[in-house]
Design a protein around this ligand. Structure first.
Ligand code: AMP
Length: 356
């Protein structure tokens, strides 16, 4: 039995509040909750409150904490429970509160709690995608001969920080040994050595609705990354002469729409992901998830990463995206879609379908 389903038994479902942490996509989540008529709660640190006060019409109740992990303290939890709060996890949630607190939180969470653990481990994530039957880049073991270009990913790297590219086994080995010596990683096992797929990035925002039992494609984006995206502004000779190392630090998101003929595979992947999550992590994914891919020139789509919750790229579509409009015929952000699902679940007496 999921913790959140135990806790929600004590709630007054006519007075549900939607709560989130002050970061990432909080404004979108609060805005969406308000559009659907919910009371809203924002848990935030003191140094950020001035930002959210600018939007005070979106927040009914501020809960101020000294540290993010205070959300796991009894006094904060009691306050949140007294307000009948359902927590919406976003990209900063696990990073801020830590996996242990995130998993054990005694609050109803909108989404699948058991996917947090997989999300926190790059290797488990890739296994999950492979098991789902989704095309992924090849992964190499440490010491294996490298065929082509690889990207080496470090655990917990924020926005691609510290990743490096390499072409040979020796290059990979010597850089990884250097990282171990510097204490940046503990062992070679910590690094994910992955085929570098040459193509264009595309990030697909899905929403699985347990209430409507359907996968919706609500939007897509491209991440803008420095300096890999800036390098193309320089002539190749200049790049070579000053020996710039490409890096993958995300600084923002750009909207995109896809060639319509490619939607076939995008839907296929979304459905495979949902089915796999139902089998491997019952009851399966709830609400937002994102498949992060590189599209090759033969139009094959390689998924190198996923997120099991709302991604920051959805912040582009506060007023809805060209895709969400097709389903809803009204402005529908991911934040609002979450709130709509909760509202439908309450109306259909099925709240347990959307919280864990
Ligand atoms: P990640 O931390 O896995 O989201 O990766 C950060 C960035 O590195 C991505 O947004 C891509 O630009 C790039 N990247 C990651 N994996 C690959 C890959 N296998 N092939 C090509 N580019 C990649």
């Amino acid at each position: 039995m999921y913790l959140g389903r135990e806790v929600i038994k004590e709630y007054d479902l006519d007075k549900i509040a939607i709560g989130t942490l002050g970061s990432h996509s909080a404004l979108q989540i609060l805005h969406g909750a308000k559009k659907e008529g919910f009371y809203t709660v924002l848990i935030t640190k003191r140094d950020r409150i001035h930002v959210y006060r600018e939007f005070k019409h979106l927040v009914d109740n501020f809960i101020i904490v000294d540290k993010w992990s205070d959300i796991c303290k009894d006094e904060v939890l009691s306050e949140l429970r007294a307000l009948n709060t359902i927590l919406i996890p976003h990209g900063s949630y696990i990073e801020y509160v830590g996996l242990k607190c995130a998993e054990a939180l005694r609050l109803p969470i909108f989404g699948l709690r058991s996917i947090f653990r997989i999300e926190a481990d790059q290797k488990m994530k890739m296994k999950f995608l492979e098991n789902a039957g989704i095309l992924t880049p090849r992964n190499y073991h440490f010491g294996e001969e490298i065929d082509g270009l690889v990207i080496v990913k470090l655990p917990g790297a924020k926005g691609g920080k510290g990743y490096f590219l390499a072409r040979t086994r020796n290059e990979v080995e010597s850089k990884i040994k250097e990282l171990i010596e510097k204490g940046i990683i503990k062992s070679a096992d910590d690094a994910l050595i992955q085929e570098y797929v040459v193509g264009t990035p595309a990030y697909f925002h899905y929403f699985y609705s347990p209430i409507l039992d359907r996968v919706e494609l609500l939007g897509m984006d491209i991440r803008y990354e420095t300096n890999i995206d800036g390098l193309r502004r320089l002539p190749i000779q200049t790049i070579k002469s000053i020996d710039i190392v490409p890096s993958f630090v995300v600084i923002g998101n750009i909207p995109m729409v896809l060639r319509e003929s490619m939607l076939t595979i995008v839907f296929e992947y979304g459905k495979k992901f949902v089915e796999a999550s139902k089998k491997m992590l019952p009851p399966g994914i709830i609400g937002p998830f994102c498949l992060e891919s590189i599209v090759k020139d033969d139009l094959s789509i390689y998924v190198f990463e996923f997120s099991g919750r709302i991604v920051a790229g959805t912040n582009l579509y506060l007023h809805g995206s060209p895709y969400s409009y097709l389903y809803w015929d009204e402005p529908m952000s991911m934040g609002r879609r979450i709130a709509r699902e909760i509202r439908m679940a309450i109306e259909q007496d099925s709240i347990n379908k959307v919280v864990t």
